[in-house]
Design a protein around this ligand. Structure first.
Ligand SMILES: [Zn+2]
Ligand SMILES: [Zn+2]
Length: 301
């Protein structure tokens, strides 16, 4: 998986930082977490393809996280998209899109499938290869964090052993790869573990947007290969963070520790911070494997 930070500021954009949006590219499919103003510009700049976009996951309906959405949806229309698009967020997201659509007298040639997290919660999508989870966070309005968790993949197929066991190449290989035992013409039963290596563990990426530290943030981030966490303020503004229901870099790092995440990338910085090294260093005293995101930072998971 590849993660690209499209916007890393909070509240207002700065000359260097756009508003929150993070793209995740996985096997030809692209997911977008939040869609701040200008997300589509960064999306293009990062060389991502609109046609691959399959899910947009909106954490909450604060302007900085959603003002880029209509422009992006309209660009998909201009690109003559026909594939459906899945759009998940709190109640009100569908209204926001539909009202804009009506007032702007625009129409989409593709289906937008709304997923209302206030109704649905929990598992947003359970597919063959991955699960998308959502969990409510603690912010000033209903807000969700997300995790994309790949399912474990079967181990590598040992061709030499398969041949030695006398399994003919063809559909029986597939059966074994999918974890089912097979019976050869002479009656011999071959079990999948005879020809498959150790299962390959799936990766987990968690996106924790605007919130106070909370249990659900830790749950989403548990064992994550990558935790993307808001860090609006430095540690000395803990009161401000509490008042505005955000996190400091220290609190974000503490969540990473509690969740036993493997790697932490901080984002959603207050526009007051120009130099992020100090923020990163402060978090790294608690959770060493920490980075501070800049726009267009790309991370391989
Ligand atoms: Zn925000
Ligand atoms: Zn917010």
């Amino acid at each position: 998986m590849r993660v690209v930070f499209l916007g890393t500021s909070s509240a207002t954009p700065t000359p260097r930082r756009f508003l929150p949006a993070v793209a995740l590219v996985r096997q030809g499919e692209t997911f977008l977490f939040d869609c701040g103003e200008g997300a589509q510009i960064r999306f293009r700049k990062a060389g991502l393809r609109f046609s691959r976009l399959s899910w947009i996951l909106i954490s909450h309906l604060h302007g900085d996280h959603v003002t880029g959405l209509m422009g992006l949806l309209m660009s998909l229309q201009m690109a003559e998209r026909v594939e459906p698009l899945d759009l998940a967020g709190p109640t009100g997201l569908a209204d926001y899109v539909l009202a804009n659509k009506r007032l702007l007298r625009t129409d989409f040639g593709y289906e937008v499938r709304f997923h209302d997290l206030d109704q649905q919660g929990g598992v947003v999508h359970d597919g063959a290869e991955y699960v998308i989870e959502a969990a409510p966070l603690e912010h000033r309005v209903p807000t969700y964090g997300f995790a994309l968790a790949e399912k474990d993949r079967p181990g590598t197929f040992d061709l030499a052993t398969a041949e030695a066991l006398g399994i003919p190449a063809g559909p029986l290989f597939g059966e074994l790869q999918q974890g089912r035992s097979i019976t050869l013409t002479d009656g011999t039963v071959v079990r999948p573990e005879q020809v498959l290596g150790e299962p390959r563990p799936g990766q987990r990426v968690a996106y924790v947007a605007d919130t106070r530290p909370c249990d659900n943030a830790v749950l989403l981030a548990r064992g994550a290969d990558l935790l993307i966490h808001e860090a609006t303020f430095a540690g000395d503004l803990a009161d401000e963070a509490r008042k505005k229901k955000h996190c400091t870099v220290v609190e974000a790092a503490e969540t990473a520790v509690k969740a036993q995440a493997k790697r932490l990338v901080l984002t959603h910085f207050s526009p007051r911070y120009l130099d992020l090294d100090a923020l990163r260093d402060e978090a790294a005293t608690i959770f060493p494997n920490t980075e501070a995101a800049v726009d267009l930072l790309t991370i391989e998971v």
